[in-house]
Design a protein around this ligand. Structure first.
Ligand code: ATP
Ligand code: MG
Length: 258
């Protein structure tokens, strides 16, 4: 359970008034205000670079929504993710793509919180921010691919992260479930005494062997991405040329592949 105002100011983020000074954090997306009257809100948070957003992201969010009876899934595009060394496409562009991809879904929304921050965004800071604005009694679920869950112990303040949200480890094609359960047992044993219980659940998502890297590679090689990303996303990508061969994102990709 997350209660309102549960230490939002202790996340160490501070800075340009995003936590609203001495009061509650600023609900910059207006999302929480819209959900204020929902008692016992169940909020899914889907974090990622979304460079670009693709169908597997959307299917994963939809599965989480249904299986966990969530009221809303909030997509949280990263500004400057701590674990990615590659240069990302501009944050405003990635945000735009997530916005058009999620707009048709009544229970999907997007936050500008991380892309507007000037500091590196750690998951714990984002969860602290959300904990400070959600209605009392809200339960938060952080949805992530199984690969990322296994790194939780290397994240900033993992005990607090696991206290603030239940983790939903979504399966990804090629991911060994036996390895996942072994590592989850390790995670639980290493967090004993730190948190009441390391809350990590697995979620089986219909296998979609799609990744943003694969989309970027296809675009750089002038291959199509129809049905791998929503139509609206494909159109914006094509118009912008951001991932095209010779475009800024593709050039960075080539540099990193070396
Ligand atoms: P990249 O290839 O650049 O790493 P990505 O496809 O992994 O991109 P991210 O933005 O890194 O996309 O992912 C956001 C979240 O979605 C992560 O938690 C990731 O594990 C999850 N995710 C991405 N693709 C899939 C997929 N095919 N099935 C399940 N989860 C996925
Ligand atoms: Mg990834």
């Amino acid at each position: 359970m997350v209660t309102s105002g549960s230490g939002a100011a202790s996340g160490g983020a501070g800075g340009s008034g995003e936590f609203g000074g001495a009061g509650r954090p600023v609900d910059r997306d207006g999302l929480i205000a819209a959900l204020r009257d929902l008692p016992g809100l169940r909020l899914g948070i889907m974090g990622g670079a979304f460079d670009p957003i693709h169908m597997a992201h959307l299917v994963t969010a939809e599965e989480a929504l249904a299986h966990l009876a969530l009221d809303q899934v909030l997509f949280m595009p990263a500004g400057d993710p701590p674990h990615k060394s590659r240069q990302l496409a501009p944050a405003e562009f990635r945000y735009l793509l997530v916005s058009v991809a999620t707009a048709p879904h009544p229970r999907f929304s997007v936050s500008r919180f991380e892309i507007e921050r000037t500091q590196v965004s750690y998951t714990v800071d984002t969860l602290e921010y959300l904990a400070g604005i959600v209605p009392e009694g809200t339960e938060m679920f952080f949805i992530t691919g199984a690969d990322a869950v296994l790194d939780i112990l290397t994240w900033k303040n993992p005990a607090r992260v696991l206290e603030l949200a239940t983790f939903i480890a979504a399966t990804r094609p090629g991911y060994d479930l036996a390895k996942l359960s072994g590592l989850l047992a390790k995670l639980r044993s290493e967090t004993v005494g730190l948190v009441p219980e390391a809350r990590v659940k697995t979620l089986e998502v219909p296998a979609l062997a799609i990744s943003s890297s694969m989309i970027r590679e296809r675009l750089a090689a002038s291959k199509g991405v129809r049905y791998l990303v929503p139509e609206s996303v494909a159109e914006l990508i094509e118009k912008s040329g951001v991932y095209a061969s010779g475009g800024p994102a593709a050039a960075e990709e080539r540099k990193c592949a070396k």
